[in-house]
Design a protein around this ligand. Structure first.
Ligand SMILES: Cc1cc2nc3c(=O)[nH]c(=O)nc-3n(C[C@H](O)[C@H](O)[C@H](O)COP(=O)(O)O)c2cc1C
Length: 255
């Protein structure tokens, strides 16, 4: 806050010296030092509502609940992979379809809409359920549509009925061997609605250094030219694509 206060004071002074470069604020802190605290984060997930193993009929899928915990405790954007053709709501029908058709035919189910600004994100969470001991094929559809994930920091997660989610980590390694893949978190679908699961998610985000507290503004820099001031937060360099600008007395925020 002190750092941000200094920036606001700088704004009030209204200096118009060209290219004045000022730095304010404390030493930057990045959680576990992964650097993820500096970049924008996106959560990409698939989740199926309907009848499911151990939970009966649910209006929101188990992984969707886990995503709610992530978005409450981390500053993330979210993209849901929604299949063009919905999966059967009945559990046994869905099991049969995946086992008899989708997996043996190695299908790549299409999804609605897409992420068009992946370049804006430094860190991408990728998650969903486990289907027949692996991520559903629609996760592969997404990964194959986004080769640019190869340079990202990837965080696997998901819910399961006992198999764990290490297959998400393996799949990401298989597709993007040079990406930085961080610690995965799997939660049992049967217990995801319990209060402890939210805490478990919060502790994981803290360990990764990507929870809201770790990514709060701890430093700010200001660069002044004749009519524009650019603010860089937490050491993130201000580019023409991102940052906070005060130009001709008006504020612009480019995320
Ligand atoms: C088609 C299908 C196959 C599944 N196969 C597995 C499995 O192999 N291992 C496992 O632990 N859970 C399995 N499950 C359970 C789901 O992974 C679990 O219920 C998960 O929480 C569902 O998440 P969702 O509600 O976000 O779709 C399967 C569920 C379905 C519908």
């Amino acid at each position: 806050m002190l750092a941000l206060g200094c920036v606001i004071v700088a704004l009030a002074c209204g200096s118009s010296d060209p290219e004045v470069d000022g730095t304010t604020g404390a030493t930057q802190q990045n959680g576990n030092g992964s650097g993820a605290a500096n970049g924008k984060m996106l959560v990409v997930y698939f989740s199926r509502a309907g009848e499911n193993w151990q939970v009966g009929y649910v209006e929101r899928g188990n992984t969707a609940i886990m995503v709610d915990y992530i978005r409450e405790q981390a500053d993330v954007d979210v993209f849901e992979i929604v299949p063009e053709v919905a999966y059967p709501e009945a559990y046994s029908e869905c099991i049969a379809y995946v086992n008899d058709v989708e997996v043996p035919q190695n299908l790549r189910p299409a999804y609605k809409n897409d992420v068009t600004n992946l370049a804006d994100y430094e860190t991408v969470f990728i998650g969903g359920p486990i289907w027949w001991a692996r991520p559903p094929m629609i996760i592969r559809t997404f990964l194959e549509a986004h080769p640019e994930l190869k340079d990202k920091r990837l965080i696997p997660f998901g819910t399961h009925g006992g198999s764990g989610v290490s297959s998400y980590t393996s799949l990401l390694k298989e597709y993007f061997p040079n990406a930085t893949i961080l610690e995965a978190l799997g939660i049992s679908g049967a217990s995801v609605r319990d209060a402890e699961s939210k805490t478990t998610v919060g502790n994981w985000l803290k360990r990764l250094g990507v929870d809201k507290q770790s990514t709060a503004i701890q430093s700010a820099q200001v660069r002044q030219s004749r009519s524009t001031r650019r603010y860089a937060l937490n050491g993130q360099p201000v580019t023409s694509q991102s940052g906070i600008y005060i130009q001709d007395g008006k504020k612009y925020i480019n995320k």
